[in-house]
Structure formats: C-alpha cells, structure tokens
Design a protein around this ligand. Structure first.
Ligand code: CU
Length: 364
C-alpha cells in the first residue's frame, strides 16, 4: 500500500533516508506519549475517584499512589533512554555494530534494582491486604450482612439480633425466599432480606458474599472494596464506613462533580425538549454496589444502592423491615385467601353455562 502511486522500490535493505525517517519517528513517538500523558492528567485527572468513604480506604489509596509514582518515574527514565538510543544508533552505512557478549556488573544492577523495588512494593501490598482482610468475627464488634449475587441483581440479608446468618441452599428458593434461606434453621428466624443496602457509619460491617449462578464481583468503589462472588462458596470482605451518604454528598469534590454532571444533563435536556422528548432527571449522588465481573447481557446494570446512615437512622430503618419468616407467612396467607373481587363474575359465567346446557337438554 505504501508504494501505490510511487515508483516501485522493492529493495529489502534500508537506505539512509529510511533510517533517518525511522530515527526521527522514534523521537516523535516519545513526544507523543509524554504530551498525551500530561494532557490526560490535566484533562481527566479530576475525574478520578478520590476521598475514600471507609477506614481502610486511605491505605488502598496510598498503595495505589506509591505504585503510580514508581511506574511514572521508571517509565519516564526507560522510555527516554529507549527512544533516544533507537534514534542515536539508527542505521548508518558507515557504522559497524559492536559485538558485545555480556557485562556482569550491568546485568547485576538492572536485575537487583527492580527486584528490590518490586519486593518492597509486594511486601507492603501483602501487609496492607492482610490488615484489611483480617477480621476476628468472634471478638470484634461487627455487623454480619450477606450479599447475594445473581443474574442480574443484588440482594442483601441482615443476620438480625443473633448476628448469625441462617443456612441457605438453592433448593429452598421459593416465592419471596429468593435467597433459599433454610427457614427451619434457628439462626434464620430473625434474618431480613432487602434490595437496598443500609449500613451505619463508624461500625465495621462484615459482608459474606454468595452467588446463585455465575461468577460475580461485589464492587463498592467509594469504600475501596471488591470481592468475587463464587457459586458454591462464601467469600467475605469487611470495612467500616466513615462518611454518611449525606456527608459524602456535601464534600467539596462530590458537590462539584454532581454540579458538573447536572450542568451536562441540563444541556442535553434542552436538546431533548427541543426535539419534543422528555428531559433527563437531575442526578443525586448515591453510593453503589456494582458487579465488576462480566456476568452476562445485563451485567452493566447489575447494581444496588447503598445508604450509609447514622447509627440511629440505621437502627430505625432496619427495625421497620419485616423478617424473612414474616414475609413468607404473609405470602402464604395472601395465597390462601379466597380470590378477590373477580370471583363473583366467574361464578356468574359458570351459572350461565349451566343454564345453556339445560336449555339444550330440554330441546332434545
Ligand atoms: Cu454480575
């Protein structure tokens, strides 16, 4: 394709002109990656999720930032060297390549430095991970909540007064018992199932995750929490929320972000109204539990709202929710009740039908 419209040049050996072009292109590419990086930092840097809403969140952010800074320094040095030398030693007919077997000192340096830096980073990461993941369920004061994943929705189960989740199995799934809770288990008697997650500020919450069908991943980005939900096993993650939904909405960064989103929405709404369509709703911030494992066609929309309440509001909210046992009883009761206002009409039709047969019989 490069030779279309030109005099055919099928020589396989690069000439000086080719070598110069390639050498300067190397410099051009170096300039491109740096300009794009710097542009990206200024143009999109403010979109990064900051201000973690959980106690361990700042440890995750620190680890992430250290990693970024290291990558940035190493990449800045190595890319400059790589592209500069590719340019400096570009092909030249008069220059002969020097044969160079090895250099122990050089190899030692470029092996030891990355090994030490990486070992430090990994050890620090392991230390942070162990700190975050270690929960002493028996001794620590934690609230146990189950997160149940299925294509394509989340449900949550509160363990109730005893703080122990009742046993569950897919075989028990029936009607409102969508989580398959074993209702005969004493621990299940006070369990409550909800589709909106409320958690109290300042209390450690231990999430136990299950999946009904395929791999899902419970992702709570504002709390810097993520854990896979695996069919056939229970995984867990614990964190302590530090800001209520109201407090997080009021942070400077979030109120700016929301104002910006609503500014964009208003512009789009104006265009929609001009076309005779209904405008967009204004956006309000809410914490979200998202699925972070591509689990099927509606994966993108698999989410549940999380509300961080003050401990008092949380208690009040939870006390108003019925237990699963109550919900199942209510469902049974509604099924056993005689049919509603439609039943007399049905009776009338049948009596008309009976009458017709009588008429037919009389004719015969
Ligand atoms: Cu999913």
């Amino acid at each position: 394709m490069t030779q279309v419209g030109q005099a055919a040049n099928n020589v396989q050996v690069a000439n000086d002109k080719d070598n110069n072009v390639q050498g300067y292109l190397m410099f051009g590419f170096l300039a491109f990656i740096y300009i794009f990086t710097i542009y990206g930092l200024f143009a999109w840097g403010h979109l990064v999720l900051d201000n973690p809403a959980s106690e361990h969140g700042k440890d995750v952010d620190r680890l992430m930032n250290i990693t970024w800074v290291l990558i940035f320094i190493v990449q800045a040095i190595t890319q400059v060297l790589l592209h500069y030398f590719a340019f400096k030693y570009r092909g030249n007919k008069d220059r002969k390549a020097l044969y160079f077997a090895d250099n122990d000192r050089l190899e030692f340096i470029w092996s030891v430095i990355p090994a030490v830096v990486l070992a430090g980073l990994i050890l620090y990461g392991l230390y942070a991970w162990t700190n975050i993941m270690f929960v002493n369920e028996k001794e620590e004061d934690v609230i146990v909540i189950e997160l149940y994943a299925k294509q394509f929705a989340w449900e949550a189960r509160y363990s109730g007064e005893d703080n122990v989740l009742g046993k569950a199995n897919v075989r028990y799934i029936e009607g409102v018992n969508t989580l398959g809770v074993d209702l005969a288990d004493p621990n299940a008697q006070d369990d409550k199932v909800v589709t909106e997650l409320h958690i109290p500020k300042g209390k450690k919450v231990l999430f136990k995750m299950r999946s009904q069908d395929v791999l899902h991943s419970a992702y709570m980005p504002h709390f810097r929490a993520q854990m896979n939900c695996v069919p056939g096993m229970v995984t867990q993650f614990a964190f302590t929320p530090t800001l209520t939904t109201e407090e997080y909405r009021a942070t400077k960064k979030m109120s700016e972000k929301v104002a910006n989103i609503n500014h964009e929405r208003a512009k789009r709404s104006a265009a929609l109204i001009a076309k005779g369509e209904s405008p967009l709703d204004p956006y309000t911030f809410d914490y979200l539990l998202l699925c972070n494992k591509i689990c099927g066609a509606s994966h993108y929309n698999m989410q549940m709202k999380i509300v961080v309440d003050t401990p008092e509001d949380y208690k009040k909210w939870l006390s108003e929710k019925p237990t699963l046992v109550e919900a199942v009883k209510a469902e049974k009761a509604s099924k056993e009740e005689p049919q509603g206002p439609s039943s007399p009409v049905t009776k009338d039709t049948s009596s008309v039908a009976v009458d017709t047969t009588k008429v037919v019989a009389a004719v015969k």
